[in-house]
Design a protein around this ligand. Structure first.
Ligand code: CP
Length: 302
């Protein structure tokens, strides 16, 4: 049995394999339509989600399997005080694989000790979101056909944005990648992320200025300011519109820039940008379903 807690649980070779399987699913969907017949996925979501939960569920249905689960803690027995450990041990008696989102960092690691079936971290607090990163990697691969030599701008809430932390972990492993970390001072990447980049001599700069960084970027990864992680509403209101990507701000961008966003967006990208051919964020949503199909196949050993 294998779990997925962090993106670095997968080697670069395993990621290449997942991308190859996802590409094969895209090209030959009927080949996979019964691959998980009689298999059951449980989705345990203690935090809100649209894309992650529904893409996991549609992935399992497209593989011919079934799904059980809950989409809020209040409808499970955790509302009566049941521990996470007991909940996952129970669900492990029913399901073959579990995708779990939880507001506490490290909760999936606790769950994995007791579940008895593979556990996938579908987002833990402000920490990690490895399946979003698989989604991001397939999107980058499909638009750039390489992971090497890219300059990646990551913009917005780099402190609480768990997708950012996993993306940096993943892309740091490729030759020639540089990061431009664009955020307000208060929302810089956490020290542990910066220290890991320093230790591995990953080139990066930190800036507050999106416009001046724009012409250098191959990828622009916009993120939402994570209201749910703030201790006070005043700080959120002051910082929430720090960066709004508009059509005019793209004037100096490369013609082959790829604009990604894990979504949901609140106000970070103007709707007018959606018509720009460089906007990849809805293609990214679709990539999420295919990568989760590939991941389920891998973890179930199908
Ligand atoms: N990207 C992402 O995790 O979206 P959801 O919160 O809708 O699952």
């Amino acid at each position: 049995m294998k779990n997925l807690m962090n993106i670095t649980d997968l080697t670069v070779e395993e990621i290449d394999e997942l991308i190859a399987v996802a590409e094969d699913i895209i090209a030959n969907p009927t080949k996979y339509q019964d691959a998980c017949r009689h298999k059951l996925l449980a989705t345990l979501f203690f935090e809100p989600s649209t894309r992650t939960r529904l893409s996991f569920e549609s992935a399992m249905h497209r593989l011919g399997g079934s799904v059980v689960g809950f989409s809020e803690a209040g409808s499970s027995s955790s509302a009566k005080g049941e521990s996470l450990s007991d909940t996952v041990q129970t669900v492990g008696c029913y399901a073959d694989i579990i995708a779990m989102r939880h507001p506490k960092e490290g909760a999936p690691v606790v769950a994995a000790r007791r579940a008895g079936v593979p556990i996938i971290n579908a987002g833990d607090g402000a920490h990690n979101h490895p399946t979003q990163t698989l989604t991001d990697l397939l999107t980058i691969w499909r638009s750039k056909h390489t992971f090497e030599g890219l300059t990646i701008g990551v913009c917005g809430d780099l402190k609480f944005g768990r997708t950012v932390h996993s993306l940096i972990d993943a892309m740091s492993r490729y030759e020639g990648v540089k990061f431009v970390l664009i955020s307000p001072e208060e929302l810089r990447v956490p020290d542990y992320v910066r220290e890991a980049m320093d230790k591995e001599n990953i080139p990066y700069i930190e800036t507050t200025d999106l416009e001046s960084a724009m012409p250098t970027l191959d990828i622009l990864y916009m993120t939402r300011v994570q209201r749910e992680r703030f201790f006070n509403e005043e700080d959120y209101l002051r910082l929430k519109d720090s960066y709004i990507l508009t059509v005019d701000k793209l004037e100096n961008a490369k013609q082959n820039l790829s604009i990604l966003h894990p979504l949901p967006r609140v106000n970070e990208i103007s709707v007018a940008v959606d018509d720009d051919p460089r906007a990849c964020y809805f293609k990214q949503v679709l990539c999420g379903k295919y990568m989760r199909m590939a991941l389920i196949l891998k973890l179930l050993g199908v």
